[in-house]
Design a protein around this ligand. Structure first.
Ligand SMILES: Nc1ncnc2c1ncn2[C@@H]1O[C@H](COP(=O)(O)OP(=O)(O)OP(=O)(O)O)[C@@H](O)[C@H]1O
Ligand SMILES: [Mg+2]
Length: 255
């Protein structure tokens, strides 16, 4: 198994010396290629901060993060945009599609900015769109398709460059339960069929039950870890609810 991501004693503080928030107190873990990790925890436990540090959107206060052996806490500012573009895929709660571009163009855009030759772009877009079940809506604009379809377009855009890591923050947050389930099936197939390595933040036990391993955060620390192993998704779901009950707080109030 190849290690793709390693966090070594990450800390993240916000604020000033007199008024400090420890968003991440001390977190270490590693992720192998092809893993699908869920990150859970109550509101304010540090999930988004953790994802933002891994994605280089935010900087750590201490510690190191290695992506495929490269220390990303030491990347120079002027290299960051390119690093993200070439190595990471993102799926956000609010889709982040460009409204003036068609679904096809939205996916193609991710390839264009990575300087993929124009001749190869159409083929790559059709391929990934068909695999994710949106091959028939490529000529539509985002406002002409459903939330679930928009989010599968976001998935296609996230994976079309074959990034080393896909980061998703509450990807089902804006979807109804049927669309959520379709999206989770899509994310799962990106993991299973395309061997994508995925880190997904979620409040929701149902969403988390699609992952293979879950890290539970509490007050900026890893409180607990669950591994799906050979368990069915339903059994895993039950275990997640048990940990959530142990964690207490407002974790289950949100959905
Ligand atoms: N830019 C910031 N400036 C100051 N404090 C921040 C900032 N971002 C986050 N925090 C604080 O850091 C802690 C962790 O926040 P974070 O957004 O990572 O939580 P979260 O687990 O993603 O919560 P939620 O489930 O509500 O999205 C919280 O106490 C939050 O108030
Ligand atoms: Mg958050």
């Amino acid at each position: 198994m190849k290690e793709i991501l390693r966090l070594d004693s990450i800390q993240k503080y916000y604020g000033t010396k007199t008024n400090i928030t420890k968003a991440i107190d001390d977190i270490s873990f590693s992720v192998n290629e092809g893993e699908f990790i869920g990150i859970m925890g109550a509101s304010g436990s540090g999930k988004t901060t953790l994802l933002n540090c891994i994605s280089t959107i935010d900087t750590v206060s201490a510690g190191h993060i290695f992506l495929d052996g490269k220390d990303i806490t030491e990347i120079k500012d002027k290299e960051i945009a390119r690093f993200r573009r070439e190595n990471l895929g993102f799926i956000f709660q609010d889709f982040n599609l460009l409204d003036t571009l068609t679904i096809h163009e939205n996916i193609a855009f991710a390839l264009t900015i990575n300087k993929i030759p124009i001749k190869k772009i159409d083929n790559k877009v059709f391929n990934i769109a068909n695999q994710l079940g949106i091959g028939d809506i490529l000529d539509k604009f985002p406002y002409e398709v459903s939330g679930g379809q928009k989010q599968r377009c976001a998935c296609a855009r996230a994976i079309v460059n074959k990034p080393k890591l896909i980061l998703a923050d509450e990807p089902t947050g804006a979807l109804d339960s049927r669309s959520s389930q379709m999206l989770l099936d899509t994310i799962q197939s990106m993991n299973k069929k395309l061997n994508a390595t995925i880190l997904m933040v979620t409040h929701d036990a149902f969403s988390a039950s699609y992952s293979k391993r879950i890290l539970f955060l509490k007050d900026g620390l890893i409180f607990s870890e669950l591994i799906r192993g050979d368990k069915t998704r339903k059994q895993f779901f039950g275990e997640i609810l048990d940990v959530m009950a142990l964690l207490g707080g407002n974790l289950s109030d949100v959905h």
